[in-house]
Design a protein around this ligand. Structure first.
Ligand code: SAM
Length: 310
């Protein structure tokens, strides 16, 4: 464990020698407006340019945990959701929380034309070419799903978005209300693996770097999630710590940043032309490999089902 802490410190010194990222500490808390501004600035300049051309805004995963060149690892989440739709043909109404640029729904709608998709986000989007699919966008905070009827949805999913919530119990409650009995609730997200109060100084620095770079307030302690599941009448179908499936891809992002930043001229140009929201994002992308490797954070997949009332 000590070796990972040393690596985090070494990486911190290296990145700070390349770029002065102190500006990410300018704010202590982030409002919904801050989150909207962050995604407006980064959706093309960052996510499409360096990540997925389709508009996915989440990390890459693979079952074998090996990073090979040219593979679309960001489609992993959609492939797994698509398998669930194939295995459960009764699913007709799907809701995505924090749908971002609609890339996940577009992937699924193409393959499941008989399913109706609704996406909710503070700042939702959908590429023109995908407007022909049965996809409805709602611009709203997902803590409030009052526009959706009780017992009307067969499957709700959320990819790397609930980490923005400081009131997940409310989300679980709302999702339980809108889901039909036995409906699925599927979550892919990152959490803290320790209670906040138990973090050492260097762990607190590591967590804060990732949080502030993504404009999110605080990662939730993973232990709390079981309480929300229990409080809101869900049963766990599957719960998976995906460390071995994400780590090589996160290390690939880290190595790529190191490679680019060793070109001084490129870095100077980068700092001149990109807004701070984009530059600040380098920090969490760079450090996530460390925080997950040292088990300070965990990346989890939960497949839950709303219990049917007896
Ligand atoms: C990392 S992106 C993931 C987007 C999408 N799930 C994907 O996989 O491409 C996080 C998304 O969560 C949205 N978000 C954050 N807080 C939200 C809230 N309170 N209500 C609705 N959407 C929110 C952001 O606007 C952003 O689009």
């Amino acid at each position: 464990m000590e070796q990972y802490k040393k690596k985090l410190i070494k990486d911190l010194i290296w990145l700070r020698s390349k770029i002065n990222f102190d500006f990410i500490y300018e704010k202590d808390t982030f409002s919904n407006d801050d989150v909207i501004r962050y995604y407006k600035k980064t959706k093309y300049l960052l996510y499409r340019l360096t990540g997925s051309k389709n508009g996915e805004m989440h990390i890459g995963i693979s079952d074998d945990g090996i990073h090979k060149k040219g593979v679309k690892y960001q489609e992993y989440h959609e492939e797994k959701l698509s398998e669930i739709l194939k295995d459960n043909l009764e699913i007709k109404n799907v809701l995505e929380l924090g749908c971002g640029q609609g890339a996940n729904m577009a992937y699924l709608a193409k393959r499941h034309p008989n399913v109706k998709f609704t996406g909710i986000d503070l700042y939702p989007g959908l590429d023109k070419k995908n407007k022909k699919h049965d996809i409805t966008l709602i611009q709203n905070d997902y803590h409030n799903l009052s526009m959706i009827e009780d017992n009307s949805i067969d499957m709700v999913y959320a990819i790397e978005t609930l980490c923005y919530s400081q009131n997940k119990n409310q989300i679980f409650k709302e999702v339980n209300r809108v889901l039909k009995p036995n409906g699925f609730f599927i979550i892919y997200d990152a959490y803290l693996n320790k209670k906040r109060t138990e973090l050492s100084e260097i762990e607190e620095i590591g967590a804060k770097l990732v949080e502030n770079g993504y404009y999110l307030n605080e990662f939730e302690y993973i232990g709390n999630i079981n309480q929300y599941i229990k409080n809101n009448d869900f049963e766990v179908v599957r719960e998976e710590n995906m460390k071995n499936k994400v780590i090589s891809h996160l290390k690939h992002y880290q190595t790529r940043i190191q490679r680019y930043f060793n070109f001084g001229a490129l870095l100077t140009l980068f700092c001149k032309i990109f807004p701070k929201e984009v530059l600040g994002n380098i920090v969490p992308v760079y450090f996530m490999a460390d925080t997950i490797e040292m088990d300070l954070s965990v990346y989890m997949n939960h497949i839950l089902k709303k219990k049917s009332k007896r």
